[in-house]
Design a protein around this ligand. Sequence first.
Ligand code: PRX
Length: 655
Amino acid sequence: MSDELKIYAPDPAVAAQARVSGMAAYEALCKEAETDYEGFWAQRARELISWKTPFTKVLDESEAPFFKWFSDGTLNASYNCLDRNIERGLGDKTALIFEADGGEVTKVSYSELLARTCRIANALRAQGVKKGDRVVIYIAMSIDGVAAMQACARIGAIHSVVFGGFSAQSLRDRIEDTGAKLVITADEQVRGGKHLPLKAIVDEALALDGCGAIEKVLVVKRTGGAVTMKEGRDLWMADAVAGLPDSCEPEWVEAEHPLFLLYTSGSTGKPKGVQHSTGGYLLHAALTTSWTFDLREDDVFWCTADIGWVTGHSYITYGPLALGGTEIVFEGVPTYPDAGRFWKMIQDHKVTIFYTAPTAIRSLIKAAEANDAVHPKSYDLSSLRILGSVGEPINPAAWEWYHLHVGGGRCPIVDTFWQTETGGHMITPLPGATPLVPGSCTLPFPGIQAAVVDETGKDVPWGQGGILVVKRPWPSMIRNIWGDPERFKKSYYPADFQGKYYLAGDGAIRDPKTGYFTITGRIDDVLNVSGHRMGTMEIESALVSCTELVAEAAVVGRPDDTTGEAICAFVVLKRPRPTGDEAKAIAKQLRDHVGKEIGPIAKPKDIRFGDNLPKTRSGKIMRRLLRSIAKGEAITQDTSTLENPAILDQLSQNN
Ligand code: PRX
């Protein structure tokens, strides 16, 4: 790998003014963390967070792997993100620049965002929400979305944001698992010029079993589209906040108090509710925003993720606000009204730091190559100084294009590797320090003890692939799986590593010369489609829940030029194997069914029908063969244990 490495050293001008300037500074921070691990984190926690009661304990490992950080300290996340900035004189500074799908722009200052947050917080309290209660937020990108999250944090309620693209069934599952008391939603959302329902989906979810704990639904008016309001349960947000004060005493919570639950897919069972803490999480969101993005007072920061994903939590709602930054909140999609939307918004708002996903870049490359009008060169992107990538591996070709055409060859790209469970960046370049190599997330963030090991937990030599682990607990790590501590232990601290190392679920390899990390992909049955994480089992369950049609289904991923991975489903029907138009019609019906069960993001791209699935004599589905078939590869694996070899030919034919 080293022989072909193309290295981009940091621009001396960027390096000179960066918070972490030069590799010597990076190495000094790593050394500091190695020498005095707790002292390293404690110092940053004192610098970046305002504590109501200062902590005296740093890391408590007594109930490992349920680690605690700063546990005798108290704080409030919303106080840290809002009031504190106002006390520092930033009250009139723009906190959020909201751009609607149709292009209308609304700006709110820190004082206005605080007032909005407090009114919602008071409304939640008035509806009986107390510290520790769960609130589900099912809303599109909006100022109210950010304010609703901050409002929950203000009163110590635990928010669980559900991405607006999830179906009623998925929303129901999350509402039930959290045991939430209240839902915050909007009448509709607007994406790509279309109005899509939100409140109607909440109604549908609440009509299903399992949502009995929900007492109230607060509805933000976004479009004015028709909705049904259920007497005694549903309340317009405007009415709920009417007459309530725009100040609200924060609930001071212990550092370990859960700030939020966010559901993500694992290799088995239903999505798991990843539980994050208040103190440790906020610290890492703020510290990574400071070091990875080098966010400063005069920056305009734009993270294009949705608040329904962890990236939106850490790099929209919490990190940049904790530092008093100005950030963009974008309601729409990158291709509406055309594929120049991102570039136009960077130009219009003079964005200085831009953070997006490789899938978005890859799809915009295609559009730009076909049409100069939507090529970045047709826009003034000179305000940019740092670019970021997140959610999936960025292939070197996309990296080079991003660097040259969006960053003008001058902006460093921080390829940030992390996960819902990690709360913030784990392995990432720092823009003024790390020489960049396209396709590599480079080196661990200072203090993060990432390593590549074999099945027994032994370090593998550089240049050899292995399992990515983190050897020491860190402040923003997942605290638990909501309601399922056993699953937490099994998933993240398995006995294979004597319960000592955090298992990320990814494979990795380090460059033999530089030690740089490259993530080689998930080692479990989790797919990454357009940066969205999905379990193959979840999609299989959704398919077989179409009981009138489906007897059996197996789902695998295959590489895709735009979305990174694509979902490929192999299905055995309860009726003879269809071909031609009939196969197409049934495939569409099944796709729609999965869309209804999980959401449009989980719809398989390919569906192939077979009389059976390739199985061993003991009945186990041979997924590695299915992966080869999905890729269109010749089968080179040993098929001698296969019960029904003829099935391979049948499945290899495209339906
Ligand atoms: O496989 C890794 C991939 O995304 C997974 C985490 O997904 P999720 O929890 O949804 O969080 C996404 C946003 C942080 C990881 O296990 N992944 C994330 N970032 C990168 C990545 N793979 C390669 N390079 C990255 N920069």
